[in-house]
Design a protein around this ligand. Structure first.
Ligand code: CA
Ligand code: CA
Ligand code: CA
Length: 143
C-alpha cells in the first residue's frame, strides 16, 4: 500500500472534486476570454443589413433594411410615419431632415429618397457599395 494513510478514499474524492472544479474554472476562463473585440452596434447593424454576406452594403440591401424599419415604425400601415408613430424619433434631426415637405410625418417616398441621398453621400469612392469604413467615416464626420 503506497497510498498515504491520511488520504482515505473519501479524502481522495475531495481532492478530485477540487481538481475538477479548478480545471473547469480554467476552461471556463479560457472560453470566456474574448478572442476578438466585441462588435460595435454599428458593426452589428452592418452585418444584419448585409443580406448576401459579401461584406459590403448594396443600395438594395440598404433599402430593404430601411423599408423594414419603416414598416416596423408604421404601426397603422398607412405608409406614413406620423409624429405619434415616430415617438421620440420625431424630434431627431434625421426625422425632421427626412421630412421634405415638413408635414411632421414621414412618407415611404421621403424616407427612400433620403436613404438614397445618404447612400450617395456615404459612398465615398462612388462604387455603388458601402463598406464598414465608409459608414464609420461618414458617422465620425457627423459627430
Ligand atoms: Ca451585401
Ligand atoms: Ca402610419
Ligand atoms: Ca463605396
Amino acid at each position: 500500500m503506497s497510498r498515504d494513510a491520511n488520504l482515505s478514499p473519501e479524502n481522495w474524492s475531495k481532492v478530485m472534486r477540487v481538481l475538477i472544479a479548478a480545471a473547469a474554472a480554467a476552461a471556463f476562463a479560457a472560453f470566456a476570454a474574448p478572442a476578438v473585440a466585441e462588435p460595435t452596434d454599428m458593426e452589428i447593424v452592418f452585418i444584419k443589413s448585409d443580406e448576401n454576406g459579401d461584406g459590403v452594403l448594396s443600395k438594395g440591401e440598404v433599402l430593404i433594411i430601411s423599408i423594414r424599419q419603416f414598416d416596423e415604425s408604421d404601426a397603422n400601415g398607412d405608409q406614413v410615419i406620423d409624429a405619434e408613430e415616430a415617438g421620440e424619433i420625431a424630434t431627431h434631426v434625421e426625422f425632421t431632415d427626412n421630412d421634405a415637405d415638413k408635414s411632421g410625418s414621414l412618407s415611404l417616398e421621403e424616407m427612400i429618397e433620403e436613404k438614397l441621398a445618404d447612400f450617395k453621400a456615404i459612398d465615398a469612392d462612388s462604387d455603388g457599395f458601402l463598406t464598414m469604413e465608409e459608414i464609420e467615416t461618414a458617422y465620425e464626420g457627423q459627430q
